[in-house]
Unconditional design. Structure first.
Length: 173
């Protein structure tokens, strides 16, 4: 078997194989496949992290696409500290009411994982899209990050409605 390196500038080194066996090809493919796991279409929520993130029963984290809820905690150095933004506890409580310990359906857009390894999804309990419900209730605002823009217009309309109706974080205190 002859292996010649074509490029070392990329994260995975490309190789050209001449006169190789099927077993060698299989081993190279297996060694080079990182995080090629098929994301689940359905799951059960184990724990609500905050207003826009949950942990599934298999341990994976899911970040809701298209929304941003107030943060309940912040990373300082190598640890997490409680430093809640205004309305973070209310957003988390609303998310818990909607999804905690519930079976959910996950709908993916263009990107399946973010830079932190979290699944990116539109989350449904029954026929209700949780992302939309959090905006409708006024506990999250739209956050459009291309290429995941499938429901951006819906989310903008729901946010406008929540502000006009003074729901959630938009209420006068």
């Amino acid at each position: 078997m002859t292996i010649r390196v074509l490029s070392v500038r990329r994260p995975l080194v490309r190789v050209l194989i001449r006169h190789t066996t099927p077993l060698a090809i299989l081993l190279l493919v297996a060694a080079g496949s990182s995080r090629q796991v098929t994301p689940p279409p359905r799951a059960v929520v184990r724990h609500v992290i905050d207003g826009d993130t949950v942990q599934l029963s298999d341990g994976q984290l899911v970040r809701y696409i298209g929304i941003d809820a107030p943060e309940a905690r912040r990373r300082r150095g190598d640890r997490w500290v409680e430093a809640a933004e205004p309305f973070a506890h209310e957003a988390t409580a609303c998310n818990q009411q909607l999804v905690d310990r519930q079976p959910i359906r996950l709908e993916y857009d263009v990107q399946v994982y973010d830079a932190y390894g979290r699944l990116l999804a539109y989350v449904y309990v029954g026929d209700r899209m949780v992302n939309a419900e959090l905006i409708r209730a006024g506990w999250a605002r739209p956050l459009t990050i291309p290429p995941d823009v499938k429901y951006a217009q819906l989310f903008q309309a729901l946010a406008h409605e929540a502000r006009e109706s003074k729901r959630g974080m938009w209420q006068v205190r």
